[in-house]
Ligand binder design. Structure first.
Ligand code: SF4
Ligand code: SF4
Length: 290
């Protein structure tokens, strides 16, 4: 393993590089200090010898929440994914050029692989490592009542990429202890259920009232799917299949409605809605002082 001669300088260079490639927030988590990860979800499970994780955040523009239509958010979400994927790729290459191994992992901002044994987490999780918890460990924010990463600057709109690297970088102070950070109460940023609870009230599916991961994710996905994306497209396919005559089937198949649902599917990367995100007051310009 390459020894970093000047850890501080390399860390500053990596952070500046990530920022110059679009990251709005950057934090470093020490792999060694990430305790309580679920089996198979520690950075060293993905890159042997990993010492650090460079966590980068880019938000989805808040303005998209102001539109009465879902598309602007959906479209920005798609672009945000692409931006993060490229950012992570670039940072990984940067670290490689400096003589360290580095792999980039893009994933959701939701609290799905909580690295705490008291929670019964679903297996087959979407993320290699629990990006929100690693972001907490890297000092970016905390897990909100909404079960999403919440930051002071961007509320629930921050999206993440983590670059797992063998480079021994200088880690940030964790924002909270990610192993005990309670996702259902308030914290330093999230105002919690009693004070606020707007995210849970806005959630029509009741997902945020569920305590088990799998139930929460299922309810959340089902609710999103009732709107557009894959669920909407599949319902259209069913409608076509169940049409009584060949003529009606063909009419539906080549209708603007099928085209529209396909376009929703094409542009969409997620299946969930955004009502909890919209409801959260944190990071909104109304709450900021000039
Ligand atoms: S994305 Fe929608 S369904 Fe999922 S938790 Fe938020 S408000 Fe509820
Ligand atoms: S809406 Fe309120 S309770 Fe929910 S995450 Fe935001 S601050 Fe926390």
């Amino acid at each position: 393993m390459l020894v970093v001669k000047d850890r501080k300088a390399l860390t500053a260079e990596a952070v500046a590089f990530a920022r110059s490639h679009g990251a709005k927030m950057v934090g470093i988590a020490s792999a060694e200090n990430l305790k309580g990860c679920l089996p198979g979800h520690h950075p060293t499970d993905w890159l042997p010898g990993a010492r650090s994780v460079v966590m980068c955040l880019i938000p989805i523009p808040r303005s998209t929440l102001k539109s009465p239509h879902f598309w602007p958010y959906q479209y920005a979400d798609k672009l945000n994914h692409e931006q993060l994927e490229m950012l992570g790729h670039e940072v990984a290459l940067f670290l490689e050029e400096k003589g360290h191994y580095a792999i980039s992992h893009f994933g959701g901002p939701f609290d799905i692989t909580e690295p705490h044994p008291k929670y019964k987490r679903a297996t087959g999780v979407a993320s290699w490592i629990a990006l929100p918890q690693v972001a907490v460990a890297a000092g970016l924010g905390e897990i909100g009542r909404s079960r999403l990463l919440i930051t002071k600057e961007y509320g629930l709109l921050g999206r993440l990429v983590g670059i797992i690297t063998t480079a021994d970088l200088v880690a940030n102070e964790p924002f909270a202890d990610p192993a005990v950070d309670p996702p259902l109460t308030g914290g330093k940023i999230c105002q919690g259920e009693t004070e606020c609870g707007k995210c849970a009230k806005a959630c029509a599916s009741g997902a945020l009232r569920m305590t088990r991961d799998q139930e929460w994710m299922d309810a959340c996905i089902r609710n999103g799917a009732t709107k557009e994306s894959l669920g909407g497209f599949l319902r259209q396919v069913r409608k076509i299949m169940e049409a009584p005559t060949q003529e009606t089937r063909l009419g539906l198949l080549f209708s603007p409605d099928t085209y529209r649902k396909y376009m929703h599917l094409f542009w969409n990367v997620d299946t969930w809605c955004n009502e909890c995100i919209k409801a959260c007051p944190i990071g909104a310009p109304e709450g900021k002082t000039a």
